[in-house]
Design a protein around this ligand. Structure first.
Ligand code: R5P
Length: 300
């Protein structure tokens, strides 16, 4: 297990859970800010697991990952796997406007071509994107971690997905919480640009605790809009469960002002801004489970 500069301490935790040898990569920056990567020991013939998240700075962290994969392959590693808690560039998963680059396709293909055999990602934006990597790509569902902290203390809970793309997440968490779930319908007025939200008509949220689940909080705009809407319907408490808390700009105050009571995110990115209503959950045990399950069946 080799920790890269943005391993978040997860490489060390995984090694201790799984009983694997752990090393930190040798890393430095050249005066012009380019990254230098070197393995501290020979990894020829070894099954190497690299750990590196990719936010912030997405581009730099991805280059470092590519450098490490190349170095492992050049040394003759038997296999190279990467644990990437947050995989950047995943939201551009198709060509929305003709001529756009499909960033997740570019990235997963580049990692594969560099020699990566397996990749483990937490809650990728669209699970289907992993087909760009081909065999050996694993998405880790964060629902068990959220369910563990939310299972007690919710009053008549309802899990809400901000859009159809997030329905899978809502279904998974709702089933662990034995709760209902619903998908919000979002409409944008073509003339004023105003966004309105709608839940199924027969659904009553009055006096209920609502959990909004999503993959990413970036500016906080998506969740803040939904939280305001749910408050207007009489929701009692609003809890947010989102895997990756990027919290760009004034996202935290925006979420607070919208009526969100508590936020749960995972430790998947560097420097999560701390605040009294943000709880950071450690995904190491979940990742260790997936590594154990898959590496034990695919290595000889
Ligand atoms: C979009 O499809 C994603 O799932 C998130 O809902 C989105 O990235 C959140 O962004 P923001 O916090 O800026 O609204």
């Amino acid at each position: 297990m080799i920790s890269l500069p943005a391993s978040l301490g997860i490489g060390r935790e995984l090694s201790s859970i799984l009983g694997l040898k752990h090393l930190d990569i040798v890393y430095k920056l050249f005066p012009d800010n380019e990254s230098y990567i070197r393995f501290p020991a020979h990894v020829g013939g070894e099954d190497v697991i690299l750990v590196q998240t990719t936010y912030p700075n997405q581009d730099k962290r991805l280059i470092e990952l590519l450098l490490a994969i190349d170095a492992a392959v050049s040394q003759g590693a038997r296999s190279v796997s990467a644990v990437v808690p947050y995989l950047a560039y995943a939201r551009q998963d198709r060509e929305f406007i003709e001529g756009e680059a499909v960033s997740i396709r570019v990235l997963l293909r580049a990692l594969k071509r560099a020699g990566l055999n397996r990749i483990y990602v937490i809650d990728i934006h669209k699970e289907d994107s992993l087909t760009y990597f081909g065999e050996g790509a694993y998405n880790i569902d964060p629902a068990p971690l959220f369910a563990e902290v939310l299972k007690n203390g919710l009053h008549n809970p309802l899990v809400v997905a901000p859009d159809l793309g997030a329905e899978r997440r809502a279904r998974s968490l709702a089933s662990l919480l034995r709760a209902d779930y619903a998908v919000i319908e979002k409409q944008r007025d073509r003339i004023t640009g105003e966004v309105t939200h709608k839940l199924p008509e027969d659904l009553n949220v009055n006096d209920r605790d609502v959990v909004i689940i999503d993959d990413i909080i970036s500016t906080g705009g998506t969740i803040a809009g939904i939280a305001k809407y749910l408050r207007s319907l009489g929701a009692r408490r609003i809890v947010v469960a989102a895997s990756h808390g990027l919290f760009v700009g004034n996202a935290i105050s925006r979420l607070k002002a919208s009526g969100v009571n508590e936020i749960y995110v995972l430790k998947t990115v560097e420097k999560i801004l701390s605040s009294d209503n943000i709880n950071v959950l450690d995904p190491a045990s979940l990742i260790a489970g997936k590594l154990h399950e898959t590496l034990c069946t695919c290595s000889d």
